[in-house]
Design a binder for this molecule. Sequence first.
Ligand code: SF4
Length: 481
Amino acid sequence: MSSTPILEARQSQIHHKGRDPFEMTCDKHSLAGSVSQRACVFCGSRVVLYPIADALHLIHGPIGCAAYTWDIRGALSSGPELHRMSFSTDLRETDVIFGGEKKLAAALGELIDVYQPRAAFVYSTCIVGIIGDDVAAVCRKVGEAKGIPVLPVHSEGFKGTKKDGYKAACDALFKLVGTGATEDIGPVSINILGEFNIAGEAWLIKKYYERMGVQVVSIMTGDGRVDQLARSHGATLNVVQCSGALTFLAEMMKETYGIPYIRASYFGIDDMAKALYDVAEQFGDHPDVMVRSREIVRSEVDAIMPEINRLKADLSGKRAAIYVGGAFKAFSLIKALRYLGMNVVLVGSQTGNQSDYATLRDMCEDGTIILDDANPLELSRYIIEKKVDLFIGGVKERPIAYKMGIGFCDHNHERKIPLAGFAGMLAFAREVHTSATSPVWQFAPARRFQGPEHCRSGVAGGLLCCSPCDGVIPGALALEL
Ligand code: SF4
């Protein structure tokens, strides 16, 4: 029986593998009061479109929305870096009362004149949805006047979940697709969807495909360029990584341009190899592509395995927790951690659907906790309950791990080392090893205090002590709070 108290309305979004029948609720709005780890609709759009480096990104709303998402992906560009500027119309009280359309038109006109972007994305935030500015009309007018695509992104923060933001971004992207020339695109060609070039990962993946003899027409959206997106309808195949974010676009391109799509993941040895083989299989009438993909896998795996095996010796038996945006990444992480001999005892996502969670259930051992749309309290309490050694997540999970006194690996926007591809698997193993085996955690108050059950299940989730033991446990120092 779990000692972790859960809000009643959250119970159906948490599954204890091996204990409960599998009836997980998901794909619903976050529960008010549960302080969800989820981002808003606007943020969902922003993370998808942000890496398009030669576009103007203008946030129509209060300055806080822009600050919240400034440089959000950390996505690298091999050329222009206009994406790293976070422009905002900075709506104030008078704009809210009298409308912000004039301010938006003026800001757009000025920014386009100064920065000469190839396209502009205009993001609607909550307040814009409330006051009812006609953002699409302003975009159309400015676009005609300036001669570039000016695309509204209908991403009012309150109108759904982060997933609705992905959809709004895909709707905007789809307006660019089909507007460029495709004459020089060959039959063995792909678009890479859902790869955002965090720490240069898109470059790594692109190189593998090019070594196989596959032409990469566009990457959506890592190191993205408007012209590449515009001609992406000329590719033969779409390869979708971040399924939650870009599947909407892949579906639209399939319907309109007849381009099939496959899913892929570039994390971990198995999934990286599978991504290359799956693409090669799609070009079965070019057997040389498969031959080259096998050569790549063989040489890359040979290069990293000796060190991975050394690291595995220290990591075997350690317990890991995973909390990520899309569940598809969690599948790869579970496999990658198994490669390192680690057990996943807690796994969750912000945007998983029924089928994702059923897959996680099938992949995990009995006793694993599976969570949809979790909050810091649940995560921190399960971390204690499951005696987790390493937490893998993003920027909002990092402080939870550190407060709990356990290792952390950023597998989200803030990573500075590429963790995708074969070389990325070695970097991942090194990072996991460094963090999970660091001696520093023994000095963290929460780690020192793994006190009696009556304290661990208390109001403060084990961080405060009660009178029977006064914060003193045998063999440990008193808590200093
Ligand atoms: S919830 Fe609304 S106000 Fe808050 S960041 Fe998102 S769009 Fe802006």
